[in-house]
Design a protein around this ligand. Structure first.
Ligand SMILES: [Zn+2]
Length: 260
């Protein structure tokens, strides 16, 4: 048990160090500390893996290892430790944290494999998240973006509408943040969050480190890609049956109707 505690305490120190490096935007140091923390936290969890009577310690250590693995984009390890945690008898509070972690792993797996929305049959994990938020209008678009692993920040972007940025310091679990012009009216900000989320889901291979949209939602990707982002933004903000009329009206109000 003392070995378990030592491993865990050392892992937490290294994790703290990784957070400091993250705040300083030193990605190399962050990744090194995170990898070391993950290794030790996995070892700590492994020492109690067969001790099912040791709750909540057993599930807490497994959850912690899984969360560190998610931060490292190691979805396989994250999944293994979440499942191992559920094999014990986690208390309700830890159980609901594990459930949330499990959903984030599923979304990140889907986004890493293919961020496109096409599925052979049924709904993809990403579509399921979207459905959960947009079936009850008006969509809580910030929470939807958060659930897809994006953080949403409101900043002064001059005359531009918004951007999507690979952001180790402030990004969500996908590693990206959406930045929205804080000077824009609420309705336009909502539209911009939808549009940038759509770029993330559809065009992440083209985003690289930063993709910025001007007032007319031109980012340099070309009209076809912008129209794709507009269409998905509409879908995110409103369910299919309602959005036709409303989005045309919304876009007219915002002055962003595109020529065909
Ligand atoms: Zn755009």
């Amino acid at each position: 048990m003392s070995t378990t505690r030592e491993l865990h305490e050392r892992a937490m120190e290294l994790f703290e160090a990784s957070l400091l490096a993250r705040r300083a935007e030193d990605e190399g140091r962050m990744n090194r500390f995170l990898a070391q923390a993950l290794k030790l936290e996995c070892e700590a969890a492994d020492t109690v893996a067969d001790d099912y009577a040791l709750e909540p310690t057993r599930s807490v250590l497994h959850r912690s290892a899984a969360a560190m693995a998610l931060s490292s984009f190691d979805t396989k390890t994250a999944r293994r430790y979440v499942e191992a945690a559920f094999e014990g008898k986690p208390p309700a509070e830890v159980g609901s944290e594990l459930q949330k972690l499990s959903e984030q792993i599923t979304v990140l797996e889907a986004e890493m494999k293919s961020y496109a929305l096409k599925a052979p049959t049924g709904l993809t994990p990403v579509q399921q998240v979207i459905r959960k938020f947009n079936s009850n209008p008006p969509t809580d678009i910030v929470s939807l973006a958060n659930a897809l692993g994006l953080s949403v920040l409101f900043l002064d972007l001059g005359t531009d509408a918004g951007e999507i940025v690979r952001d180790i310091r402030r990004g969500g679990f996908s590693g990206y943040s959406i930045q929205i012009n804080t000077n824009d009216p609420h309705v336009r900000q909502r539209y911009t969050i939808g549009h940038e989320t759509a770029h993330f889901l559809l065009h992440r291979d083209r985003v690289k480190n930063r993709l910025r949209d001007d007032r007319m939602y031109r980012s340099g990707l070309g009209t076809t890609k912008e129209k794709e982002a507009d269409a998905l933004a509409a879908d995110l903000l409103m369910p299919k049956t309602k959005f036709d009329v409303s989005v045309i009206a919304m876009k007219r109000r915002l002055g962003i109707r595109r020529r065909n």
